[in-house]
Design a protein around this ligand. Structure first.
Ligand code: SF4
Length: 485
């Protein structure tokens, strides 16, 4: 049985807003002395072992615990076990020893260098709760942008969710004075430590106690086992594509998904939305999580997700994408994209746009000022998703233009990658389509007189009013079904 929780479907109701939490200026305790040692706490095995050893074994440190501040950036999608281990084991020890513990997060998509956009959930020497839900979470960002965390190049998701949050917090609590910045890199992570050391400044000095002690992940795990009686897990988002990119990581993650199908549904929803607007956005380095789950014998989770998703609001989106020359070097290009919602309703209502008479798109005006309409052709992708493509905008040509309509979960925000997109698109397609102007769009998408989707009448032009769905798969029942499949 699939149990869908339809409550709080609006993003604003489901998530705390920036205004709910104080910023750095108001959220940090004004009575604290400057922190001399700062630990960036990742909630997982390595930094938990480091922290507990510092507390329980004074011989391994050369500072007083009063001088320590433990800081954590809440990304918003930790595994339940991580949350309970930290809440039940670590926080009581911090409170017992009066160690300063600061929980921060993003209140919007990008935090500023000055700390704007960073929120403080708590700054306390007697912590009693973990604000694991975060505020503006990585999941919110991915859903809104219809994408998945990117595995190529630098870990942008980690930088924006953690680094850009903690940097201004650390600057504020150290008051511009010299400080030691401890990271929980284990002995096999020497390259990360070397890279981090390049961030040292006149006031900041990176330190890597686990490496100094020669502690590996296994040593840290063994220490936690002996001191707490628990098996801590490596901290990660439940949908982390880096964890899913290796067979070992997939095995571990899928074992958790089998016990907690809701976590799998969250990842599947992210992937489905991203793939709908870009078929190349599979969560596992372009490959689809859904395919891997089926191959691993967890197809029942995918089936249940599909059933639950069918009851959620959907939207008809228009996607335009191309390779746009950069201003600095016109010989180079960067991806440019526009996405906007044409209509919102049930999945049946939205699919009706693609299954009846072909949609037509205005591509210009004729000599008499009448709109010239180009047909679209609906193609069922190998991913099972139907897209209505505008003729000759098929990623070929100098600008690799792509232009299609697709039905997807209704939580993607209307957005262009940059302000000049409309003018650029007009120039390269010779169309006069302007962005986000309802009267223009009325003439842009041809409504079909005989096959207008039931209940819609004509296209609506407001951005999706719904947030992302809270898809809740009954754990016990799903587990039974998976075992039987
Ligand atoms: S755990 Fe993975 S998905 Fe989450 S912030 Fe880190 S790298 Fe990104």
């Amino acid at each position: 049985m699939i149990r869908v929780n339809p409550t709080d479907l609006t993003l604003s109701a489901a998530l705390p807003s920036l205004g709910t939490w104080p910023g750095i200026a108001d959220g940090l305790s004004p009575n604290e002395p400057p922190a001399k040692v700062v630990l960036s706490y990742g909630l997982g095995v390595d930094s938990s072992a480091l922290l507990l050893r510092w507390i329980h074994d004074p011989s391994c440190r050369d500072f007083e615990l009063d001088d320590l501040a433990v800081v954590v950036a809440m990304v918003g999608s930790e595994w339940d076990q991580t949350i309970s281990d930290v809440t039940e084991v670590i926080l009581p020890v911090l409170a017992e020893h009066g160690i300063r513990f600061i929980q921060a997060g993003r209140g919007r998509s990008r935090a500023g260098n000055d700390g704007s956009g960073v929120v403080i959930f708590a700054d306390s020497r007697t912590p009693h709760g973990l604000h694991a839900a975060g505020a503006y979470t990585l999941l919110t960002e991915m859903h809104s942008a219809a994408t998945v965390p990117q595995t190529g190049g630098r870990r942008a998701c980690s930088i924006s969710s953690k680094g850009e949050v903690l940097d201004p917090v650390i600057a504020a609590i150290t008051h511009g004075l010299p400080f030691r910045h401890a990271m929980g890199y284990e002995a096999a992570e020497l390259s990360r430590a070397r890279k981090d050391a390049k961030e040292n400044t006149a006031t900041r000095r990176g330190e890597y106690p686990l490496i100094e002690w020669g502690w590996t992940r296994e040593t840290a795990q063994q220490y936690l086992r002996e001191t707490t009686g628990r098996e801590f897990r490596k901290s990660a988002c439940t949908f982390c594509p880096f964890a899913l990119s290796t067979q070992r990581g997939r095995d571990a993650t899928f074992a958790e998904y089998a016990k907690n199908p809701d976590a799998a549904a969250t990842a599947l929803l992210m992937e489905r939305t991203a793939i709908s607007l870009n078929p190349r956005q599979g969560l596992i380095r372009g490959q689809r999580l859904s395919d891997h789950l089926r191959a691993a014998g967890l197809g029942a989770i995918v089936d249940r997700f599909e059933q639950a998703l069918a009851d959620e609001p959907h939207a008809l989106y228009e996607l335009r994408r191309g390779a746009r020359p950069t201003k600095k070097n016109p010989a180079k290009t960067k991806p440019a994209r526009s996405v906007r919602a044409i209509d919102v309703g049930s999945v049946e209502e939205m699919n009706a746009w693609l299954t009846g008479e072909p949609l037509q798109v205005k591509v210009g005006l004729d000599a008499y000022g009448e709109p010239v309409l180009a047909p679209t052709a609906t193609v069922l992708g190998e991913d099972g998703i139907a897209r209505a493509y505008v003729a000759e905008r098929d990623r070929t040509g100098a600008h690799q233009l792509e232009h299609f309509f697709v039905v997807a979960p209704a939580h993607v925000q209307d957005k262009v990658t940059d302000a000049g997109f409309g003018a650029w698109w007009e120039m390269v397609t010779h169309t006069d389509m302007s962005l986000f102007t309802p009267p223009d769009l009325l003439a842009t998408v041809s409504t079909r007189t005989e096959s207008t989707p039931a209940g819609t009448g004509a296209a609506r032009f407001d951005a999706p009013a719904v947030g992302f769905p809270d898809i809740d798969i009954d754990v016990a029942t799903a587990g039974t079904a998976i075992g039987a499949s």
